[in-house]
Design a protein around this ligand. Sequence first.
Ligand SMILES: [Zn+2]
Length: 481
Amino acid sequence: MRGGEVPPPRGGRSGVKVPPRGRAVRVRPRGGKVGRIHVLKTGKKTGRSRDLSRKAEAYLEKLCGVRPNRRTGSPGNREAARFFARTIGRWGWRLDTTPFTCLDHRAGKAALACGGRRFNVLISPYSNGFDVTAELVAVSTVKGLERCRCMGKILLMRGALCKEQLMPKNFVFYNPDRHKRIYALLDEKRPAVIIGATGRNPALAGGLYPHPLIEDGDFDIPSVFCTDVDGGEIAMLAGQVFTAKCAARRIPATAWNVLARKNPGAAEKIVVCAHIDAKETTPGAVDNASGATVLLLLGELLEGYAGRLGVEILAVNGEDNYTAGGEMDYLRRYGGELKSVVAGINIDGAGFREGSTAYSFYECPAPLRKTATERFRGRPGLAEGRPWPQGDHMLFVLNGRPAIAFTSGGLPGLMSEITHTAGDVPGVVDCRKLVEVAKAIRDLVAGLAGGSESSPPAGRRGGTSRGGRTAASSPTRASGS
Ligand SMILES: [Zn+2]
């Protein structure tokens, strides 16, 4: 959807005022410092750190406290995005909050029974509803699926077939042939309902057990999931008649990224991003309210930014969504500008209370690496970690742009215990670490913006706000302003 075609939603229950959708706005900074050009300051003040740490706690609480959750397109997700825009808008950033369409989902409790026995199953996210009485067929390999006859029946998938969650049908960033083959077979065989029995898979599903085998609003056969242990019990009853029932509804909805910019007319820019959405199963503190919190801290630290580079702060809305809606929307509308990105910085999974914060480099030229290393060196909580090729920094890397990612050094443990679970609450985050990351990024921005902060290139009109609004909404118009 193009910007400007959707009427601006009103403020939410909290009475939050939101900028009109579909256009970039300049927001008057606090304190009436309209039109002043500041040289970026990098001085340290302990008092300010404490103050920022307290603000970080408040941001984190707010972002994790929205209801029902921050799943892209849910009411909580929209509330979080409004809060983010309203907060960062105080510091003179030019905002773009153009909506895109997505699906929300509502479902009741799923039931599965055979004779007098009931089994614990959960409906898959975005699954259609169902009410079926039919024979159960069980398969555990692709070969078995190829051979089986299950049209109109209840199909139990388990074992090797369920090693990992199937990538959504239309997911473009990563989609193995094996998953496409399984989807093609399911479309051909047309079972009435699918049961996916899954084990633990921290790398792809975080600490969630069981995890959905299917999480895809573009796939219409209803599905539920259960543990591999329950799957074993169910498989022993193959050939018998089961009843399966759940009410569910897919709801057309909208969501939006919050893109905040300084100096949007510059020839080159730095993009700092973090995903603001979360899985429905979690308050999503480390994943990734902490990243969005770093962006807000950075938004304040760069309030007076007037360097030669453009700076974009991007709260991207879709990293944990089956469509990657926010990422796709950003590529659609700003992809043409990716060649001007000198560094794409992503924060995801940072601030875990245990261990240090890990930064990692992706396709970074030597001078960028050197500047970053120098700027990060004095911060005791930061250490270089191993690259991890998942997450929104890949938006830049896949487009040939250099990227830096921040996450928690204890990531493997974090992923297997906490990520995507109800345990990912603000209490597992150390907000001082978020302040440290925000300051490290501010210092890197200062290092990259060079010594020309005080003498912006002729014709530069962005940077600090002069109040008022611009009508720029499309990337071309916005970048020309
Ligand atoms: Zn994440």
